[in-house]
Write a protein that binds this ligand. Structure first.
Ligand SMILES: O=C(O)c1ccccc1N[C@@H]1O[C@H](COP(=O)(O)O)[C@@H](O)[C@H]1O
Length: 214
């Protein structure tokens, strides 16, 4: 926690970067289990890494539309939370299955929302936490592009019983403006604190944390 802001640092692939994130004040460490990501960490690699991770921050598996077997393997591997990115066209029954499997308190839903679309009312009971990332037609996350901060503020105000995480293109340079415009109390940073995909930059991380607290 930095001031009253919770921080997740995502896209980690090494223990050294996880320690740097923890030193910067991360409450959550994210590991991307999606093979198409340039920050992909295979589950076997995660299992080797886990004993060297810093104590304290919670561990988040980031997945894209997982099947139940895949989800089951991730949960069994010791993650505290599962963040699932998915197309808005995924049937509700599939999302309900994710929720039944993890329980709503461990599930972070990250719907891929076209600009004109809001979080569907039917998804809300499935998870306690929602992550709003920038829409980009060609992918699921890690775009490095900023999103619609007013839309985030609207969702947060309309459903204040949920935890809302702001993601998408956050950097040391824009995070203070993003917090002010969105009202977010929980941010997720990824490519904005990297030297290259999957490799974090300690100087950017500490500047990001400083600006979160400013
Ligand atoms: O980073 C990825 O490659 C990725 C792939 C698939 C799903 C999620 C992914 N990353 C998530 O994207 C957001 C924002 O990233 P960025 O700051 O715009 O680079 C973040 O939640 C990551 O967890």
């Amino acid at each position: 926690m930095i001031g009253n802001i919770q921080l997740k640092v995502c896209g980690l692939t090494s223990a050294a970067d996880a320690r740097a994130a923890a030193r910067a004040g991360a409450d959550y460490l994210g590991f991307i289990l999606w093979p198409k990501s340039p920050r992909f960490l295979a589950l076997e690699a995660w299992k080797k890494l886990a004993p060297d991770l810093p104590a304290g921050p919670k561990r988040v598996a980031v997945m894209v539309e997982p099947g139940v077997a895949e989800l089951s393997s991730a949960v069994a591997a010791g993650f505290d939370f599962v963040q699932i990115h998915f197309s808005h066209t995924v049937p509700l029954a599939v999302a309900a299955e994710w929720s039944e499997f993890t329980g709503r308190s461990r599930l972070w839903l990250a719907p891929k929302l076209p600009p004109e679309m809001d979080v569907a009312a039917a998804w809300l009971p499935l998870a306690d936490t929602f992550l709003l990332d920038t829409f980009h037609a060609g992918g699921f996350g890690g775009s490095g592009r900023t999103g619609d901060w007013a839309k985030f503020a609207r969702h947060r105000a309309a459903h204040s019983e949920k935890t809302w995480i702001l993601a998408g293109g956050l950097t040391p340079e824009n995070v203070a403006a993003a917090l002010a415009a969105s009202g977010a109390r929980f941010v997720d940073v990824n490519s904005g604190v990297e030297s290259s995909p999957g490799v974090k930059n300690a100087e950017k991380l500490s500047r990001f944390a400083k600006n979160v607290g400013a």
